[in-house]
Write a protein that binds this ligand. Structure first.
Ligand code: 5SP
Length: 239
């Protein structure tokens, strides 16, 4: 299981100490939401900020591009220190090339799917990816309600993973708290992104521990550790 606090809910006035809070929290990944004001109706931050955070931690930088033109941004985020970059399946025919490009930059490859988009759209790309990000809110803003109708997508992706030849993480993002993380874990998710429920809390370490416990209670460790089960290779910090 991987816990990935989303920096979107951190205090942007003191990002260095927010990264220090993350470092002490026991969370495996740091999730970095990049919004361009076009693909989603909001702006967040760019590669310059990511680059300033990189020397502060060795944690895995999980960069989620909610952007209409990732082509121009991929090299910038690779240079800034991303470990994984995720692009959206909604970008259509450009997706295969984008995934190839991320890999060619030496990074882990993620593919995201929005709540209204059919899960079948991601299936052709499963051989190319390390992580499938199933959005459980419509992206653009933190603090939204988890969309329960996304649970069958997680179950379907988990079935593909256990019955097919491709291993990939199933990441969930949006409205994740102890209750919804439990539901997602039962459905097959193994990476849990949360903003409000983690950086939004004064004690990040305690919040990470609570979320982890909730997931562990939903999934017995024996099941989650089975090689043929839900666990692909687990990279949590820079080599
Ligand atoms: O990508 C997004 C929102 O677009 C997420 O990563 C949010 O940052 C999650 O925030 P919470 O729903 O946990 O507050």
């Amino acid at each position: 299981m991987i816990i990935a606090p989303s920096l979107l809910a951190a205090n942007y006035g003191r990002l260095a100490s927010e990264v220090a809070r993350h470092k002490a929290s026991g969370a495996e990944w740091l999730h970095l939401d990049i919004m361009d004001g076009h693909f989603v109706p909001n702006l967040s931050f760019g590669p310059g900020i990511v680059k300033t955070l990189r020397p502060l931690t060795r944690t895995f930088f999980d960069v989620h591009l909610m952007c209409s033109k990732p082509e121009v941004l991929l090299p910038l985020f690779a240079d800034a220190g991303a470990d994984q970059i995720t692009v959206h399946v909604e970008l259509g025919e450009r997706v295969a090339h984008l995934l190839w490009k991320i890999r060619s930059l030496g990074l882990k490859v993620g593919l995201a799917v929005n709540p209204p988009t059919q899960l079948a759209t991601v299936r052709p790309y499963l051989p190319q990816i390390d992580t499938l990000l199933i959005m459980t809110v419509n992206p653009g803003f933190g603090g939204q309600e988890f969309i329960e109708e996304c649970l069958p997508k997680i179950q379907q992706a988990h079935t593909w993973r256990t019955s097919g030849p491709h291993r990939f993480h199933i990441e969930v993002d949006g409205g994740i708290n102890e209750r919804t993380a439990r539901e997602c874990a039962r459905a097959g998710a193994d990476v849990f992104v949360a903003g409000t429920a983690l950086f939004g809390k004064p004690n990040l370490k305690a919040a990470v521990a609570r979320l982890r416990r909730a997931v562990e209670q939903a999934i017995p460790p024996s099941e989650s550790d089975t090689p043929a089960g839900r666990k692909p290779s687990r990279i949590t910090s820079r080599q």
